[in-house]
Ligand binder design. Sequence first.
Ligand SMILES: [Zn+2]
Length: 270
Amino acid sequence: MPELPEVENTRQYLLRSGLVGCRFGAPDITWAKTVHEPPIGEFIEGVAGRRVTDVRRRGKYLIAPLDDDQFLVLHLGMTGSLRIHDAGREPPPMVRHTFPLEDGREMRFIDPRKFGHLWLLPDPADAMRKMGPEPLEPTFTVDVVAKTLSGRKSPIKALLLEQSVIAGLGNLYADEALFLSGINPERQANDLGGDEIRALHAAIVQALSHSVAAYAAARDAEWPDPPVALSPWSIPRSTHKPCPRCSGAVAMIRVRGRSSWHCPTCQPAK
Ligand SMILES: [Zn+2]
């Protein structure tokens, strides 16, 4: 599932492809349930003829302000990706929605499992539930993490997945941040000590920054068709590989139903 680094990679891809400044034609929406607001006819009419003025990101959402003060909001869901191609180029499989551009190209929303989402709104915040801080912004401090976790009895892994706690983290990067900070995914959040919270904060930033940089390098190397998914984390998600720190066996447990890979030696349960 696309998490913060994958969505940021998509944003950078759209910027480098020159989407800003382009004018949309009428989009071809082949799976109506993807459009949440407004009704599909109004969505198509509202996008057609509008020029993109920027591409922003909030958590896992992409936000394209248009030149009439509306916002096209996109969420890639479980398996979605975006590509800008010449209209004459053979479309990749599973293109569900096509946004023609006036320069002869088109933005293609590829979405095999059809879990993507689209909105056209006067306020992009209306597409999202309450969102926590952006972990790669300067406002994301150790104090913010400490305050957010204080008094919360849930397992730390479950809290890291809540977008209202920290925006943009998903299952993969939550596991990686817990591995880097040596914290067991089932630890109760309000039991973490000051040193552990500092380590967790640093690990979240490190895991995400490392991945954002890996995507940037891959975009440069493979432009104009950069990868949409890399595996730039260190905790193996398979029992076939040992822990890179202690060479012991890694393990998978379920925390509130989500698979959680960790090293029982390096991340003791306490
Ligand atoms: Zn280990």
